[in-house]
Write a protein that binds this ligand. Structure first.
Ligand SMILES: Nc1ncnc2c1ncn2[C@@H]1O[C@H](COP(=O)(O)OP(=O)(O)OP(=O)(O)O)[C@@H](O)[C@H]1O
Ligand SMILES: [Mg+2]
Length: 281
């Protein structure tokens, strides 16, 4: 099932002195089972856009079709539970939302809330505790005794445990060390490869080229480009003008001034292949 936004606008605090446009006539269609990156300068509307996927915010104008539901400015707050079972949003710093007495109960909360029995929820919780790279030994500990990175994993496990069709993540890697970041990104890629849609807000262009197959570029509440990663970075000047950093492999390739690359390397794999071709010449 694809996700479709039709001319979606969102206004914060309408008709007050604080009125502010968060989204401006945004239209796009996302294919199911894709890995979508949402990028753009700070304040460009990425988080505002994310909160529309599970109707945490509803459009001020326009229409969204997602998970068999249609969301319009008239959509009420009732009957959204089914949507949120299928489309889940993990905020930046999700650890702030942990609240149960033990790690296992915290992860089991989501599955229980969406209809799994107590026992099934615990089995799922244990499975996802391990899948996010944590040890069973911490299952009975208070989530508040964990390190920041461990708390983040618990919070993410709590959402992945009920297997939403669409997993939306708003900068889930903020403040994690490089190894933890990579583990987490690989986990999201596995999730996509097992038949789900992943939508990720990120400032990290290496993650965009390594993981995403579709990119939305936001600026001042507008969608200014929707394309595959290679096309987003193909026009270097355009990317620079819109505050998108170069992927590190692309920047590295530029330093190799006496090498010729047939196509611009985006990932480390591309770069290594390009260098080997040059060495054989
Ligand atoms: N609760 C709010 N009330 C009023 N304006 C808001 C609110 N939240 C966001 N905005 C404004 O809406 C615009 C888009 O904000 P948003 O948080 O979606 O940006 P973002 O792209 O996620 O930024 P960042 O990269 O810093 O997280 C900004 O101008 C912001 O100031
Ligand atoms: Mg944001």
């Amino acid at each position: 099932m694809s996700i479709k936004f039709e001319n979606v606008s969102y206004i914060y605090s309408p008709n007050t002195p604080l009125e502010k446009k968060g989204l401006d006539q945004v239209s796009f269609t996302l294919k199911e089972k894709s890995f979508v990156a949402i990028v753009g300068h700070t304040g460009s509307g990425k988080s505002t856009l994310m909160q529309h996927f599970n109707a945490l915010l509803k459009p001020s104008a326009g229409k969204i079709k997602i998970a068999g539901k249609e969301i319009t400015p008239e959509t009420g707050n009732k009957n959204l539970k089914d949507l949120r079972r299928h489309v889940s949003l993990v905020f930046q710093f999700p650890e702030a939302q942990l609240f149960e007495t033990t790690v296992l109960n915290d992860i089991a909360f989501g599955p229980k809330n969406f209809g799994y029995s107590e026992d099934d929820a615990k089995v799922l919780a244990l499975k996802w505790l391990k899948k996010v790279g944590l040890s069973e030994d911490i299952a009975d500990r208070s989530p508040f005794d964990l390190s920041g990175g461990q708390m983040r994993r618990v919070a993410i496990a709590g959402v992945m445990a009920y297997q939403p069709d669409v997993l939306c993540l708003d900068e889930p890697d903020a403040g994690l060390d490089p190894r933890a970041r990579k583990q987490m990104m690989d986990l999201f890629l596995d999730y996509k490869n097992s038949g789900h849609t992943v939508i990720l807000v990120t400032h990290n262009m290496d993650d965009v080229v390594n993981y995403a197959d579709d990119v939305l570029v936001m600026e001042k509440g507008k969608l200014i480009k929707h394309d595959i990663p290679a096309n987003i970075f193909a026009d270097e000047k355009w990317a620079h003008r819109h505050s998108l950093d170069e992927p590190s492999a692309t920047a590295f390739a530029k330093q190799l001034s006496n090498y010729q690359f047939e196509k611009q390397p985006l990932t480390m794999d591309d770069l290594v292949k390009g260098i080997l071709i040059n060495l054989k010449r």
